[in-house]
Design a protein around this ligand. Sequence first.
Ligand SMILES: [Zn+2]
Length: 300
Amino acid sequence: MNIYYHPLYTYGIDSNSSFPRERYELIRNSLEAESNNGLINFVEPIKADVRDIYRAHTKDYVDRFLNSKLSNKEIREIGLKPWSSAIVDRTMFLTGGSLKALEDINNGSPISSNLGGGTHHAYKDKGSGFCIFNDLAICALKAINHYNFKKVLIIDLDVHQGDGTASILSSIDEIFTFSMHCKKNFPFVKQKSDLDISLDEGLNDEHYIQILKKSISKLEAIDSDIIFFQAGVDTLKEDRYGKLNLSFDGLSFRNKLIYEFSKRRKNPVIIFMGGGYSKPINKTVKAFVELFTFFSDYSF
Ligand SMILES: [Zn+2]
């Protein structure tokens, strides 16, 4: 499995930002330290082609971001402050990583992944909640409009709703958006995905898995020829923004359910990283290392 990763994923965020930027590098180092039987291959992405970004965002917003012309209010809504001078390059590499993962699938890989992205809060004309461009929407639109995919299924299990993704893709019949998230959590105004499951605060493994299994049985009726998994681990009990109570075992079981569901329907999968903010960050790192390791032998 290819994992796209660039040092700017970490170093393109200012060291004074409250965002745990070190998580990317720590996950990479930890995955590299394990042998993984040669199943994991780190690849440096190239910057995204702006024409792919225009598929999901307004030209005005994209161009103002690229030319450092966003207002203070727009920057505040995104966060990651103070912005480093490398924020534009970082964003283009991060989005590029997801686009390269999509290209891998188009070239016949059953699995590919980005050690970043899953930036599901970005809307057509604005960023939000650490998200500048919505790589899920960008890749989904490219999959159906440029490549020959017929139906994209986006499974978003980050603890926060995929509001930007739902909003950008609401009128696109070829893309199905599923978000399972904590009700009383950011974003406080939710958008309408094709399937939304909102969870009570404090939910534990047993109830979470029960609800996920029921949701997957609904997804069985949806056609798809490619699956995007926004695999945020901020549902973990130790997460500082999460409000759910999943253990490592609960998360592993979640991953297994998505793996088996995708395999049953013989769909290729792209892993988009998503959120994870435990403090200290080591629990989040462990959860992501387990996720990438688990999916690294995926085939169908
Ligand atoms: Zn999140």
